[in-house]
Each structure stands twice: as C-alpha cells, then as structure tokens.
Design a protein around this ligand. Sequence first.
Ligand code: PBG
Length: 324
Amino acid sequence: MVFPEYRPRRLRKNESFRSLIRETRLSASQLIYPLFVMPGKNARETIPSMPGIFRLSVDQLAREAKELLALGINTVILFGLPEKKDAMGSGAHAKNGIIQQAIKELKNKAPELMVITDVCLCEYTDHGHCGCIIGQDVDNDATLEILAKTALSHAQAGADMVAPSDMMDGRVAEIRGMLDENNFEMIPIMSYAVKYASAFYGPFRDAADCTPKFGDRRSYQMDPANSREALREATLDVDEGADILMVKPAVAYLDIIAMLREEFDLPIAAYHVSGEYAMIKAAAEKGWIDGEKVMQETLLSIKRAGADIIITYFAKDMAKILRQ
Ligand code: PBG
C-alpha cells in the first residue's frame, strides 16, 4: 500500500492518535537519580557546572529521599566525597565511610528507596585514578581486592545493589565471589560494562573531586572509537555474573545501547552523564533551546535505543512532567 491509499499522517492527526500508537514511554520507576554525599552537617553545596544538582551531607538525605519517592523515583545511585583521600583509596571501604553512613541513613529513614552504590576508587584516591598505582599505571589485580572489599562494605551497610564503574578486568567476578562468600548472594551487580574514556564526565569530576592528578583514564576506560570491543566487554561481564549491563555515556553511544539490546537478554541501563546534562542546561539557560523539550526527547531516545533503565540528573525534572 502506497500513497495515496496509505497516508502515515492519518495516525498523527491529534494527540489521541499519537498517544495510541506511541512505541516508547518513559516511566519514573525506571529512572535512577545520582546523589553526591559529602561530610559535614546541614550542607547543600551547589555544583557550578551542574545547575540544580547539589552535594548533600548525610543529614539532608532523608528529605531528598522523601522528595524522590513522592515523584515516583524509587532508586538512587550514591557517590561519596570522603573526608580524607589516600593512595589506596581506603576511604571507599571504611566501616564508617561517607557512603556507608549514607546507606544506613537512607535505609533507616526511607527503607522503600532502592540504594545502589557506585563501586570505584577515584573519589577516594589522592591521585584520582580508579585503582591503586604501581609504577606508572593503575595495577589491575591489586585493585580487584580493594574493589571487592568496597562492594562488601556497601552490602554490609545495607545497599540493595552495587555498580562497579572502575573498568578493571575481572572485577565483576571478584565482587560476585566476595559477596557470595559473605552471604550476599542476593545482592545484584549492575556493571558499568561498557564505559568509554569520555570528555562528557567533566562536570562530574568537579562534583566528586576525582580528576586524575596525572595522566588520564584511557588505559582502563574504553576507546570511543570501538564498538566490537563493547560486545567483548559486555560478554565478559555477563560471564562473570553481572545482572544488569550499563552503557556510559548514553547519547553519543546510542548505537552501543542498541547493539547490547540486540545481543543480550539482561536488562540494559544507560548513564546519561554529567556533561550531557550540563550541555542541555547551559543551552537552555541561554535561551537557545527549549530545555524541557530537549530533555524529554533525549531521554526518550535513550529508551528507544534499547535502555530499560536510565541514570540521569534529570530524573526529578522528568518525573515532574510524567506526573502531569
Ligand atoms: C567513577 C565515575 C565517573 C562517573 C561515574 N562514576 C567518573 C569517571 O569515570 O571519570 C561519571 C558520571 C558522570 O559524568 O555523570 N569512576
């Protein structure tokens, strides 16, 4: 059937038709909101490159949790700014570390909220790399044990899920082993399976104070030019026991999201990262784009590419629109 018998515009006539045949929909329950937790009391620090996002002290978390739940957002991912940093990132698995305190506070005050933790060392090392340094580079195998200890300490504090973002080889298996040995076999792993060495993380590194003091992350994060390698990375994580696969960043990597959706039957998450958020916010502030519409179109495109779950700083803004 071709024109004039067939007319695609028939089904675009008004919002009732459009809504009836809509293929992709966003839901607040599949959005994850990142939270930055800092030491101190009564702290609510703005992050200049991420308008609308704050670093919060632990005592501010309960209020934040209530607001999120009221909006239908059931899940957060936590990032911590420790009091002190050292070469080995020991603050990441400190019993009373910033994230461990945050998990306990949230689980205490808002038990319905799902708490995922980012498992990485870059916020806790004085050199800002995602593992410990031996020689001139991050030592893969020595880092694994520290990551596993970190994941275990998060589970012990009450985290619902752990999300390793370090990109060391073998870390999913190491973390799975450590959790299972300690009777946390029911705690899932959302692995940052395909994480590119991206310039879109700039604002996050300001927010979490984790810019590497020397070199860059290209010896562990992936080369943006590669997609076959993404399949290999994801396959390894599936074999090592990942429960959810994540692609990061999102918008510049929609092809990778679509490919993983095609190849794997695990749930797929996409991280709409700080730089992607900042660009929309900045252009909207200048009046160059309609920020709200561009946000919706962007998040929809990530879902349409095949992501089930979206981690985004826009979670609250989007949830407000979805509620209308
Ligand atoms: C930690 C980590 C980073 C992000 C999430 N976890 C920074 C990085 O790898 O440099 C970036 C998130 C964002 O940009 O929003 N390794």
